[in-house]
Ligand binder design. Structure first.
Ligand code: NAD
Length: 484
């Protein structure tokens, strides 16, 4: 198998210019599968961020004045270009963070799908005429308006998906954007920026600055940034909100999760196990926000589930992300690998039973791999029962009754997604209401691909929504108009 491992030069994209260096220095990008440095990433300092925000601000009046149908046309074109270049964007996504090629292909498809969906919304934004006026001559109506410059901060696990979820609705609504991907994942978004230009989106409408926390902070606190859309962890979200509070600036926060999958005895066990184990272990090596990392299993079927999970994990290979036989990709950095392995150790000290994995695979010492790991009899109140791992670790937790399952599922501070496997429709209806989560997904339904349906969290999983009409309206605010 010959794989093209070349990476593109990456740039800061400011007002239509591509800059090869930034005042924030340089990041040495490491390929997680080999631990080798594969490229240099220019980091934006506060002056680069300022230039990018000013370029977005200068481009805003003209972009807002575009006919909505014209905005729809260029965004549709952008979606077509994403499909045309899907193989290359998928290859770059693997080189970004080491995800498997089998995973990167569908993720690029999701980005293109969201882009087509929100292109369709661009000319369908409507306000409302109200019954407020006191006489027939008066008129009162609401008018949704874009914010102006929006700051978008992405995490490293799925930048292309976030392009579809954040950048495209922001543009469809008529905003201009400064986007900051993580410095750990610069390649796929570099290619997207080329397509933005090719699609005919004017210079300055989309700007991109690369960098870490300092770059993100400079973007959030810039006075011309009117709204922030953030994906990342809750502790970073708290810092961002503290900065937003200084300026009374609104933010949308898509944060982490500790999602429960509740499996009842009447479930299709083969499907429940296959979907749950693959989602937690095989999806980006467990580095997904909405994965069902806690599998809550009724005691009557606990042993049968353990047997199936262990058999399935046995066939999951860690290895070269470009090899179609690889299921488990590396995690993003050496620090992440060390953190995950330490959590697995502590979980065992807390009483969890190691059923599979638990180590770094010895045949892959240079990459940042963790064996697919299953821990049984996890105490729901322990660290592993409560804290997001963000690695290929599945926890099995026993329950005896529906009430107990709900109590355990709702016992963390998170609330992104909940999953249920049962054939009992009455039970499904009770659980949909009782579960404390932004979404409830039944019998194998998945939150990931549904651009038509709002996605987001409750609790420390954040607030605001991506997807559907709700996701578009995060990038619009309503002006009230009264005419006497
Ligand atoms: P992180 O919070 O460390 O970083 C996210 C982004 O914020 C990065 O671009 C980073 O450079 C930037 N940043 C860091 N400090 C900042 C600051 N003070 N001001 C402004 N920007 C700052 O998160 P991570 O480790 O990159 O990602 C993992 C987390 O993201 C997990 O908790 C995961 O569940 C969550 N996540 C959530 C979703 C979702 O849609 N709900 C999707 C993917 C990941």
């Amino acid at each position: 198998m010959t794989v093209d491992l070349t990476v593109p030069d990456v740039h800061l994209h400011i007002g239509g210019e591509t800059r090869t260096s930034g005042s924030g220095g340089v990041h040495h990008h490491v390929y997680p599968a080999t631990g080798e440095i594969q490229g240099l990433v220019p980091l934006a300092g506060p002056d680069d961020v300022d230039a990018a925000v000013r370029a977005a601000d200068a481009a805003y009046p003209a972009w807002r004045a575009w006919r909505p149908s014209e905005r729809a046309r260029v965004l549709r074109r952008l979606g077509e270009l994403m499909e045309r270049d899907a193989d290359e964007i998928a290859r770059l996504s693997v080189l970004d963070n080491g995800m498997t090629a089998g995973m990167s292909q569908p993720l690029v498809g999701i980005m293109a799908h969201w882009t087509a969906y929100y292109a369709g919304w661009a000319d369908k934004v409507e306000g409302r005429v109200t019954s407020f006026p006191a006489n027939q001559r008066e008129l009162a109506y609401s008018m949704p308006e874009p914010y102006g410059v929006v700051g978008i901060i992405l995490t490293w696990n799925g930048p292309v998906v976030s392009v579809g979820m954040k950048l495209i609705p922001a543009l469809a609504a008529g905003n201009t954007v400064v986007m900051k991907p993580s410095e750990l994942t610069p390649y796929a978004t570099e290619h997207v920026m080329r397509l933005v230009r090719e699609a005919g989106i004017p210079d300055g409408v989309v700007n991109l600055v690369l960098g870490g926390p300092e770059t993100g902070d400079a973007l959030v606190r810039h006075p011309l940034v009117q709204k922030v859309s953030f994906t990342g962890g809750p502790s970073t979200a708290r810092k961002i909100l503290a900065t937003c509070a200084e300026f009374l600036k609104p933010a949308v926060l898509e944060l982490g999760g500790k999602s429960a999958n509740i499996v009842f005895p009447d479930a299709d066990l083969d499907m429940a196990v296959a979907v749950n184990a693959f989602s937690v272990l095989g999806t980006l090596a467990g580095q997904g926000c909405a994965i069902p990392s806690r599998m809550l299993v009724h005691s009557d079927i606990y042993d049968a589930v353990v047997e199936r999970v262990v058999a399935m994990v046995d066939g999951m290979r860690c290895g070269d992300p470009f090899d179609p036989a690889t299921v488990i990709s590396p995690v993003v950095t050496r620090q992440a690998q060390d953190r995950i392995l330490a959590m697995i150790e502590r979980a065992q000290a807390d009483g969890a039973k190691l059923l599979a994995g638990g180590r770094a695979p010895s045949h892959l010492p240079d990459g940042f791999f963790v064996e697919p790991t299953v821990l049984g009899d996890v105490d729901p109140a322990s660290e592993l029962g409560q804290v997001e791992v963000f690695g290929p670790v599945l926890s099995l937790i026993r329950f005896e009754s529906e009430e107990q399952a709900i109590e355990i599922a709702n016992s963390t501070e998170y609330g992104l997604a909940s999953y249920v496997y049962t054939k009992d429709i009455d039970r499904i209806q009770r659980l949909v209401t009782a579960l404390h989560a932004g979404g409830v997904y039944i019998n194998g339904a998945s939150p990931v691909v549904g651009c038509e349906l709002a996605f987001g969290g409750v609790g420390i999983s954040g607030y605001g929504r991506e997807g559907g009409e709700e996701g578009l309206f995060e990038f619009l605010r309503t002006k009230a108009v009264g005419i006497a």
